[in-house]
Design a protein around this ligand. Structure first.
Ligand code: DAH
Length: 356
């Protein structure tokens, strides 16, 4: 047993140098396994005299205890280190600022931004967001809206017909008003909806594009009157344009699906091709509205109920141009990045509306 001290020394050394739990296990087996070095020494004990058995046996047992404790300590240390490393590797700081250029990579299109603003306002005024299809049938786009065949209003709509012009069954919707019909037929009273979306007319010049956007609003309940409509539209415009003193003018007009009908103008001031809203005494038309026509209720089988309602339809491009001072409608659809970078909105620019 002359080299016993060396065995103990190298065993402890190996434990302290080991860098993983697996290697610790191997060291344990090397010394305390069935054929391990310490076991072999134990076996040799029987050949010793009583005194030798006692001293060496004591040393071996003492070492056994120390070695087990050492292994446990090392194991504990290695486990903690493993967890620390994992935390370090997986750590990410959520408070770190985003790289600047990522924020500037894209822009929200002004139409999208304007729709989001409208959604925020009408949603908070208690209206439900609904959608209708872009391809409509003749009934929803015209007939149910009190525009029967051969009615002159059909000619005003420059309709894109789907399929043959003769069968005239399906159209690209010429306005969002057909969503009124879908809601009247599908919902129980009271109905409070708005429907933004694309609309199409076969028309293209400085103030018209073949595709444009509208938002339709419809409120149907008992005992609604024109003053409810007036209050609603005024409230919407004041919030949308963020001008409490914006003046509105309700001018008598004609739409087949409303009676009485009105067009709404807001007051403005024009100078050097620029329009200043809420100033001066010029007027700018912004939307159409009116009380739902009895024939519309009739087409939706609601004529026997004590129903009354009002509706409105707004061109979204027009609202957007007026609010953000854009001079040309056609720019909206040119996909010119310079224009988008200038007029577009940041992704983080949530509609900032003044509700007072
Ligand atoms: N649909 C009409 C258009 O496209 C706009 C409109 C006018 C909608 C009056 C309405 C309304 O709901 O009541 O010109």
């Amino acid at each position: 047993m002359t080299d016993f001290g060396d065995v103990i020394f190298s065993a402890k050394n190996e434990v302290l140098k080991s860098n993983s739990i697996e290697s610790l296990e191997k060291i344990k087996v090397k010394y305390f396994g069935k054929n391990g070095l310490i076991n072999n020494e134990m076996k040799k004990l029987s050949s010793l005299d009583a005194e030798g058995k006692q001293t060496i046996g004591k040393q071996l047992n003492l070492f056994k205890r120390e070695f087990s404790e050492l292994i446990l300590e090392r194991k504990d240390f290695l486990r903690k280190k493993e967890i620390e490393n994992k935390i370090k590797a997986e750590f990410s700081d959520p408070t770190m600022p985003t790289r600047q250029n990522i924020l500037n990579l894209g822009r929200v299109h002004p139409i999208t931004q304007t729709i989001e603003e409208i959604v925020a306002i009408l949603g908070s005024m208690g209206l439900r967001y609904v959608e209708g299809p872009d391809v409509e049938d003749d009934f929803h786009n015209f007939t149910a809206l009190n525009i029967p065949e051969n009615h002159p209003a059909r000619e005003m709509h420059d309709t894109f017909y789907i399929g043959s012009k003769e069968d005239k069954k399906n159209v690209l919707r010429t306005h969002t008003s057909p969503v009124q019909i879908r809601s009247l037929k599908d919902s129980n009273l009271p109905i409070k909806i708005f429907a933004p979306g694309r609309t199409y007319r076969c028309d293209s010049d400085i103030t018209h594009t073949p595709m444009f956007h509208q938002v339709e609003g419809l409120i149907v309940d008992k005992d609604l009157s024109f003053s409810n409509l007036k209050w609603f539209i005024t409230q919407f415009c004041h919030i949308f344009f963020n001008k409490k003193d914006l003046k509105l003018r309700f001018r008598p007009s004609f739409f087949p699906f409303t009676e009485p009908s009105a067009e709404v103008d807001i007051n403005c001031f024009r100078k050097n091709n620029k329009i200043y809203l809420g100033e001066g005494d010029d007027w700018m038309e912004i939307l159409g509205c009116g009380m739902v026509h009895p024939n519309v209720f009739k087409a939706c089988n609601l004529e026997n109920k004590e129903t009354s309602g009002f509706a409105f339809g707004v061109g979204i491009e027009r609202l957007c141009m007026l609010k953000y001072g854009m001079p040309d409608l056609r720019d909206f659809f040119d996909n010119d990045l310079r224009w988008l970078n200038h007029y577009g909105f940041s992704f983080f620019n949530y509609p900032d509306l003044n509700w007072e």
